[in-house]
Design a protein around this ligand. Structure first.
Ligand code: GDP
Length: 331
């Protein structure tokens, strides 16, 4: 059994080419849910859904979110209506008392659907309607995720990190804001002072998670260590389970250069060097690393180097083979 810990970009790219090396029938992917938001009453799980669509062969590979060639009629009508009614564009975070009322999984990340600040495609929206409906009918997020994965013929086991709410909140000089507000609406512009995983202290790992980690082979794909892997590490028992696992991590950096996204700023804000060395410091449980050929970082653990830039399944396969080589060194 191999378990991948996934955010919404780097690990899905790796999974694109990993199927020949890590049999999907023996693979679990644990998706980050700290990025999830409730938008207009629908629970949107960006990281889990990227893996869902990637595994189904439906992912929009230009953006690395949403379904390829999806239409956006509802989204654009929401924007048009809001504009015609002179309603300010999003994100429209609901009042504090509404954040902890109602559906528990959506706590601290509830936005009105007015002027919808994230672009949700029409087919994509059907996934969120189904997920939220199943949650309201009483199923857990793990159950709804597996149901959706079956509907998309996903060959591996896709599970969320937790069935409890964990919200990644970025603290800025303007005040706290949910990660999606910081990243999607504000393009990562506000200065980051700190990052909080609200709810993590009370959150349990989803039922399959600890068994998928303890004593198993774990791959931490090239992810944002703060907002993609950080929420998982903040959940009770996950760090200890990783200590008991054989773990290989792929760096999302080439020395101090990221491929994409806000990993560098966020790492600096929480006290890690924004570099491969900082990733290694953030992952004391990792037994070996896969680094880019051009990354000369000297680490205290075994390293396998390859070209870690991934643009297609062939690239994902190359990095997956390097992961398998690194696992062989430390198994
Ligand atoms: P998010 O959920 O969309 O924030 O994304 P992830 O946490 O899954 O991945 C973000 C990280 O992936 C960033 O820090 C990037 O540097 C890294 N990344 C993106 N593309 C590549 C790539 O082709 N190769 C490697 N090694 N890392 C990548």
């Amino acid at each position: 059994m191999t378990t991948f810990l996934s955010g919404g970009t780097g690990t899905p790219k790796l999974l694109d080419g990993a199927g020949d090396i890590f049999s999907p029938a023996e693979t679990t992917v644990v998706g980050n849910t700290g990025d999830d938001v409730e938008l207009g009453g629908l629970l949107v799980c960006p990281d889990v859904d990227t893996v869902l669509f990637q595994q189904a062969g439906e992912l929009d590979r230009e953006t690395w979110w949403g379904i390829a060639d999806d239409t956006t009629a509802t989204h654009h009508e929401l924007r048009r209506l809001a504009e015609s009614a002179d309603l300010a564009g999003g994100p429209r975070y609901l009042p504090d008392e509404r954040q902890t009322a109602g559906r528990r999984i959506s706590r601290w990340r509830r936005f009105s659907g007015v002027a919808e600040f994230m672009e949700i495609g029409d087919r994509d929206r059907a996934v969120h309607v189904t997920r939220t409906g199943l949650l309201d009918e009483g199923r857990t997020l793990t159950e709804t995720t597996r149901t959706l994965a079956d509907a998309f013929d996903v060959p591996l086991d896709l599970v969320p990190m937790s069935d409890d709410p964990v919200a990644s909140i970025v603290h800025t000089p303007e005040g706290p804001m949910h990660f999606q507000e910081f990243w999607v609406a504000r393009r990562g512009d506000p200065e980051v002072v700190d990052v909080e995983f609200r709810g993590a202290d009370e959150a349990e790992p989803a039922p399959p998670v600890l068994d998928a980690l303890r004593g198993e082979t774990v791959v931490v794909g090239p992810s944002n260590p703060v907002t993609s892997i950080g929420p998982m590490l903040a959940v009770d028992g996950v760090r200890e389970a990783l200590d008991d696992a054989t773990v290989v991590a792929v760096s999302p950096f080439v020395e101090d250069r990221v491929f994409s996204g806000p990993a560098a700023e966020l790492m600096a804000a929480v006290g890690y060097d924004p570099s491969t060395a900082g990733v290694a410091a953030a992952y004391p449980f990792a037994d070996a690393f896969v680094l880019d050929d051009a990354d000369g970082t000297d680490l205290d653990r075994p390293v396998v180097r390859t070209d870690t830039e991934m643009n297609d399944a062939e690239d994902g396969g190359r990095v997956a083979r390097a992961v398998a080589d690194a696992l062989a060194e430390v198994a």
